[in-house]
Design a binder for this molecule. Structure first.
Ligand SMILES: Cc1cc2nc3c(=O)[nH]c(=O)nc-3n(C[C@H](O)[C@H](O)[C@H](O)COP(=O)(O)OP(=O)(O)OC[C@H]3O[C@@H](n4cnc5c(N)ncnc54)[C@H](O)[C@@H]3O)c2cc1C
Length: 321
């Protein structure tokens, strides 16, 4: 386990902004994780679990705590037979999707273009093009702040649209008052170690592995044509609106309202509402985290004023803004 100090988070987030983390620990075993948690506890520092940083905006002031990231040991996929697989927390989603296609297994192959890790995908219940990571999930294994490992079945994970029980735990834990002994570990959630999936053999759907590959490639093409992939960003800034807020699918997308509000290309500092996809904010060059946050708030305010619609942020903020 290597403990680094004053690590620039701009190097660990897809927005490429953010100040320094006081400590950054990459863990290669369960014992490392326990040691890292203890390290934070003894220093009364909060802990944050970092995946691949693709849904994260870290303050320019940095994070006065301990960032824990799962290392290579936690990037592994195991075939459990009969369409069941287990993937560890740091496995890139792209690798997982590719693996399932090669094995001729359907269910999460359309998620190949999501640039995060398995842990981040479970935490967010990431999804795209009609598939969500929760769809085929059987169980999730995690470790809590006391080092206790537990397994939850999918029906205990409170999966919903961009939601999982791990977000509830994070909220609950951060409200816990300081314990009597004065040691504070503002533990943000349990650490997701792995998840198992039950996938459907392509043949059962009358398809081949090649069909799954084609479906995945079709999704990748849609992404390339509709998302600002050449500029630093963190995917959708705002969550999809509740159905009923508008009539057609296009109108349900936050991007529709942001575009109708005339905000495409609107800029604050180096942060810009993407000219390609209005629900993306991009770092158009030299943006600060404050620029991005201020711009997202401006977009929220403008859309509320014009359409009476409240946009809810999907991107997670870390540190004091
Ligand atoms: C170009 C682009 C396209 C995108 N497209 C999509 C899309 O189509 N659909 C979609 O849903 N998202 C999309 N995203 C957003 C993002 O990739 C997903 O939310 C992804 O699941 C985040 O994973 P991550 O590993 O990067 O998590 P991070 O950004 O590192 O963290 C996100 C949250 O997950 C928590 N977390 C991460 N790992 C763990 C773990 N092991 N245990 C516990 N908690 C953990 C973190 O604490 C944090 O709260 C896109 C992003 C980009 C940049």
């Amino acid at each position: 386990m290597i403990i680094q100090e004053n690590v620039p988070m701009s190097e660990h987030t897809s927005f490429k902004v953010g100040g320094h983390a006081k400590y950054f620990i990459r863990t290669e075993s369960i014992d490392d994780i326990k040691e890292a948690l203890q390290f934070a506890k003894t220093r009364s520092l909060p802990v944050f679990i970092l995946g691949k940083g693709t849904n994260l905006l870290v303050s320019d002031n940095g994070y006065n705590g301990v960032i824990i990231q799962l290392g290579k040991f936690f990037s592994e996929i195991t075939d459990l037979g009969k369409g069941m697989i287990c993937a560890k927390g740091a496995t890139p989603l792209a690798r997982l999707a590719r693996y399932t296609i090669n094995e001729g297994l359907a269910g999460i192959h359309k998620l190949a273009g999501i640039p995060g890790s398995l842990g981040g995908a479970i935490y967010m219940n990431a999804g795209a093009y009609g598939q969500e990571i929760a769809n085929c999930c059987v169980s999730v294994t995690s470790i809590d702040e006391n080092g206790t490992v537990r397994e939850r079945y999918a029906n205990e994970c409170s999966f919903g649209y961009r939601h999982s029980v791990f977000q509830d735990i994070a909220k609950r834990e951060s409200k816990i008052p300081e314990p009597a002994e004065g040691i504070r570990c503002n533990f943000l959630s349990e650490i997701i170690l792995s998840a198992t999936f039950q996938l459907t053999p392509a043949a059962d759907l009358g398809k081949t592995a090649k069909d799954l590959e084609n479906e995945m490639q079709e999704c990748m093409t849609k992404r390339r044509n509709s998302q600002p992939l050449s500029m630093p960003n963190a995917g959708s800034t705002f969550k999809r609106l509740e159905t009923g807020a508008a009539e057609t699918p296009a109108q349900i997308a936050p991007g529709y309202y942001i575009e109708q509000a005339g905000l495409k290309g609107f800029r604050i500092g180096g942060a810009e509402v993407s000219r390609i996809h209005a629900n993306f904010i991009v770092n158009a060059g030299g943006a600060t985290a404050a620029d991005i946050k201020t711009l997202s708030e401006y977009v929220q305010k403008t859309v509320t004023e014009k359409f009476g619609i409240n946009l809810h942020r999907e991107v997670i903020l870390l540190g004091k803004f």
